[in-house]
Design a protein around this ligand. Structure first.
Ligand code: ISE
Length: 362
């Protein structure tokens, strides 16, 4: 952990005048979780303003944040004088416009993934942030703040595993809501592994192929479950991503990096591993969903963001950026196209705007 990623507090910090005042847009499952986190476990922050399209929900959630007030619209949150920074946890289709409004208002923002529902919209954010003259957009790919992810990243940076040859990922959910389709599987679930590729390998994905086969009888209508993604990076690392979101057992996310000098696995404890219905074990209990599994990662992510806002750097080290959000959207689009294509689909990226106009090859 860097100095900016202080260990989060477990008790409710007393409000202080220098606290970063956070406005939270969207307080459904994830947003409510963040309000609670900011109010109880984050140093140097408090929630000052909350909005949700269901006013009643906003009022209920605001009760967990002493002193927070409720407003009707996201625009009011962003414009509020008592909001220093904005956390967006609204549905993904609203992210582009809300992040653009934060950039226009000069307010740092942490936006839950995805940045946008397609690469063109995500690139609008990249361009607007660039034109604003400073990086202020952090994207909520919380796995980057998971301890295991951090260790694997450190091992790769130190060259301990040699050249990365294969990245094998598994992503399993107990269930998903009715209406969850193949497109959600890509943009909502696989997007985490797609960002993990940027995080670990720091090079672009050049092609992606989606493979679907026999589907579980538990899968909602319209979803091919399980689904396999095969991806390749520019230098030839191959990534497999197994997605299976109606396991009926629990939440499992595992990542194995096979390098020329060694292999490392994260997300799997030692000990017995079973994943039977009702009562699977994983060297301990299998978490029911992503919140318990990644609670420490979410805490660390939000704490690092607040520290970055407080020290003026605005985007924490290792955080996903607007550019990462654009890259993820471009790979998701190719994965979506490959659902109906014959074979792999190539991924093409626009130029990354930089001071010298040079393309960043990440
Ligand atoms: C959900 O939206 C998440 O972000 C979870 O982390 C992921 O595991 C799940 O598959 C998604 O639906």
């Amino acid at each position: 952990m860097t100095a900016q990623q202080d260990t989060p507090q477990t008790t409710a910090p007393a409000a202080a005048p220098q606290d970063i005042r956070v406005g939270v847009i969207g307080v459904g499952r994830m947003g409510a979780d963040h309000v609670e986190r900011l109010s109880r476990r984050t140093k140097g922050a408090r929630v000052s303003v909350v909005s949700d399209y269901l006013r009643e929900t906003a009022e209920k959630v605001a009760q967990a944040a002493p002193g927070a007030r409720v407003v009707d619209t996201p625009e009011e949150v962003i414009a509020a004088d008592d909001v220093d920074a904005v956390l967006i946890a609204s549905p993904g289709q609203f992210h582009r416009d809300q992040v653009l409004a934060c950039i226009a208002a000069g307010k740092p923002v942490l936006c839950e993934k995805p940045l946008a529902m397609n690469p063109a919209d995500a690139y609008d954010v990249v361009r607007a942030e660039h034109e604003s003259g400073r990086a202020s957009v952090s994207l909520g790919f919380m796995r980057r703040f998971d301890a295991g992810y951090g260790e694997l990243k450190d091992a790769l940076e130190a060259g301990e595993l040699g050249t990365p040859l294969l990245l094998n990922c598994k992503h399993r959910n107990a269930d998903v809501l009715p209406g969850f389709t193949n497109v959600h599987m890509v943009y909502d679930s696989a997007v985490h592994e797609i960002d993990a590729i940027s995080f670990f390998l720091e090079e672009p994905v050049v092609s992606v192929q989606t493979i679907i086969g026999r589907s579980s009888e538990n899968a909602p209508e319209g979803l091919s479950d399980p689904m396999l993604l095969l991806l390749r990076t520019a230098s030839g690392t191959v990534i497999t991503d197994e997605l299976y979101v109606s396991t009926r057992s629990g939440y499992e996310v595992r990542t194995e990096l096979v390098g020329s000098q060694g292999a490392a696995t994260i997300g799997q404890e030692t000990g017995m591993v079973t994943t039977q219905q009702a009562g699977g074990r994983w060297g301990g209990a299998v978490p029911a969903d992503f919140r318990p599994r990644f609670v420490d990662a979410y805490d660390a992510e939000v704490q690092a963001w607040i520290a970055a806002v407080a020290d003026g750097s605005l985007v924490a080290p290792r955080s996903a950026t607007a550019w990462d959000g654009y890259v993820a959207a471009a790979v998701c689009e190719a994965a979506e196209q490959s659902l109906t294509a014959d074979g792999a689909v190539e991924v093409s990226l626009l130029e990354r705007p930089g001071p010298d106009g040079a393309r960043d090859e990440r």
